[in-house]
Write a protein that binds this ligand. Sequence first.
Ligand SMILES: Nc1nc2c(ncn2[C@@H]2O[C@H](COP(=O)(O)OP(=O)(O)OP(=O)(O)O)[C@@H](O)[C@H]2O)c(=O)[nH]1
Ligand SMILES: [Mg+2]
Length: 228
Amino acid sequence: MEVEVLEGIFDANEIIAAENRRILDEHGIFMMNIMSSPGAGKTSVILSTLEGISKEFSCAVIEGDIAGKVDSERIAKTGVPAIQINTGGSCHLEAKQINTALKKLLLDGLDVVIVENVGNLVCPAEFKLGEDLKVMILSVAEGHDKPHKYPLMFSESSVLLVNKIDMIPLTNFDMAQLKETVTRMNPKIKIFEISCRTKEGIAEWLDFIKDVINEKKKSENNPTESTG
Ligand SMILES: Nc1nc2c(ncn2[C@@H]2O[C@H](COP(=O)(O)OP(=O)(O)OP(=O)(O)O)[C@@H](O)[C@H]2O)c(=O)[nH]1
Ligand SMILES: [Mg+2]
């Protein structure tokens, strides 16, 4: 009985996620879903990414938080449209919230939607939003053992950004061990080592993401399967 209810929630979410994907494909818009634990650097990565791509691509950001609008205000300062979703206690975004936000955005002429999910290393990995790409961030202060404890997030994501590498000398973080564990779990995952503070590694991430966005733009009239 309980299992049936849970399947109902996931099924309903997937139907709306597919509708989101249809809307995005129709407009040739690339959407990425950024996930991490609280404070790993989601908003910082979004700001660094916008700095690198917003002259070339028309962007919008959807901010998911339990409460408040601190992050959407940080984004809005850059001039990029930002919509804040407050989940009111729920630890993840759902497809219907993204559907509502997409209806508020001017989709014509838009190239990229970046979604900042609620800070949580568990639930966001379970809910599809209709995104093209799932990106997770792990900051070095969280430790290299996290893939063992939160395997779904690492196996569901197509990209892992290891952020705050400027802090490695202050920790016992073992990058080789992290990469070995993550690659064993998810052999196709792309891993970038970055610091939003020093900007180390950001250029490589930007090169990658620009290529993926351009691929989506090329397929505007010829939708393909999700890479996320
Ligand atoms: N040293 C260092 N600090 C960083 C880096 N990236 C982000 N920070 C700091 O980490 C803190 C959290 O960064 P945010 O970007 O707000 O993290 P977030 O994941 O968006 O946080 P929530 O939205 O609250 O979950 C801020 O004080 C940032 O300045 C980095 O590469 N190095
Ligand atoms: Mg944030």
